[in-house]
Design a protein around this ligand. Structure first.
Ligand SMILES: NC(=O)c1ccc[n+]([C@@H]2O[C@H](COP(=O)([O-])OP(=O)(O)OC[C@H]3O[C@@H](n4cnc5c(N)ncnc54)[C@H](O)[C@@H]3O)[C@@H](O)[C@H]2O)c1
Length: 303
């Protein structure tokens, strides 16, 4: 299959591109390199350095002729979306519409799109399932969710199929330590350098950390099914920041200390999601447990 991956020089997009190429697919990558890295770009992919908002984007589609668009490129930082909501909406909403228009004019059959746990705000119950009420508390949450509506509309108007995958906190090699859910990347860097880490609040806040290879596998499975539906991609388990810190100590054997700071205003205390729906529909389950995932991540940061 011919698949165009936006954000393919970034963290998750590059793992998806690698996995698609390993499975024999032809991959094109779109990235403006605002947050991507040259070394993440798979050499066997055709690379287009272009912004998703560029009005010439249909030329890329005409040249590469993708059957599927896997759209990972985004403005991913919640604080940026609060400080500059126009920029966030411009990239995440307008940029996506620009791509959808190119899909329409160039006969793309399907779009795979990642949403985020950021659309739920403070959970009303746990674990969060696909029917959990939405409560966006940042521009980022709004922009990620707005695209879900556009996908539905493009499907009903033009028959372009879609799959929305709502990721929990993704971690693994290549993650930027300033990215969304970047605590694992930050801890990895600090532990490798033997520096103390900072923890906001009492460290008992919990998150659902899913390993990037499992996320890439879900994207690949969405090529063949999961049409016109929304699925959580997560582990269904929660781990506290303190437990994460203890695991890092155990894995590295380093005497790094944690410095506790005041809690961040508005931070969600507990969040984890269930993957029962995607498991039932296509058999996806997370394969890499947290200890193994952290071991692989640390190996990357040690290099
Ligand atoms: N990392 C997480 O935990 C997480 C959780 C939920 C959802 N997501 C979603 O997954 C996707 C990938 O996130 P990531 O963590 O890999 O982020 P990332 O920043 O590592 O990758 C995004 C890539 O998109 C590129 N990009 C940004 N703006 C662009 C533009 N205007 N035109 C072209 N390219 C542009 C960047 O250069 C970067 O390479 C995003 O859509 C994000 O919202 C991530």
């Amino acid at each position: 299959m011919r698949i165009l991956v936006t954000g393919g020089a970034g963290f998750i997009g590059s793992h998806i591109a690698d996995e698609l190429i390993n499975r024999g697919h032809e991959v094109g990558i779109i990235d403006n390199m605002s947050h991507g890295r040259e070394e993440n770009i798979n050499k066997e992919a055709r690379f287009y350095k272009i912004d998703i908002r560029d009005r010439n984007i249909p030329e890329v589609f005409q040249e590469f002729k993708p059957e599927v668009l896997c759209h990972q490129a985004a403005q991913i930082k919640v604080p940026v979306s609060v400080k500059d909501p126009l920029l966030d909406a411009d990239i995440n909403i307008m940029g996506t519409i620009n791509l959808l228009e190119a899909c329409r004019s160039c006969g793309v059959k399907k779009v795979i799109y990642p949403a985020s746990a950021a659309i739920f705000g403070n959970p009303q119950y746990l674990p969060i399932d696909e029917d959990h009420p939405l409560n966006m508390i940042s521009g980022y949450g709004i922009s990620k969710h707005t695209v879900e509506h556009y996908l539905k509309v493009y499907e009903s108007l033009y028959g372009i199929k879609y799959t929305v995958l709502r990721y929990s906190n993704v971690y693994g090699p290549r993650q930027d330590s300033t990215g969304e859910g970047g605590v694992v990347a930050i801890f990895s860097e600090k532990f490798c350098e033997g520096q103390d880490v900072e923890i906001f609040g009492d460290g008992e806040q919990t998150r659902d950390f899913v390993y990037v290879a499992d996320v890439a596998a879900a994207n690949v499975m969405a090529l063949w099914g999961l049409d016109n539906e929304i699925y959580n991609v997560c582990t269904g388990t929660k781990i506290s920041v303190n437990d994460l810190f203890r695991l890092f100590k155990e894995l590295t054997g380093k005497g790094v200390q944690a410095k506790y700071l005041s809690p961040r205003a508005g931070e969600i205390i507990h969040s984890y999601m269930t993957y029962e729906k995607i498991k039932k529909h296509i058999g996806w389950t997370p394969k890499v447990d947290i200890k193994e995932g952290l071991r692989r991540t640390l190996e990357y940061y040690q290099q």
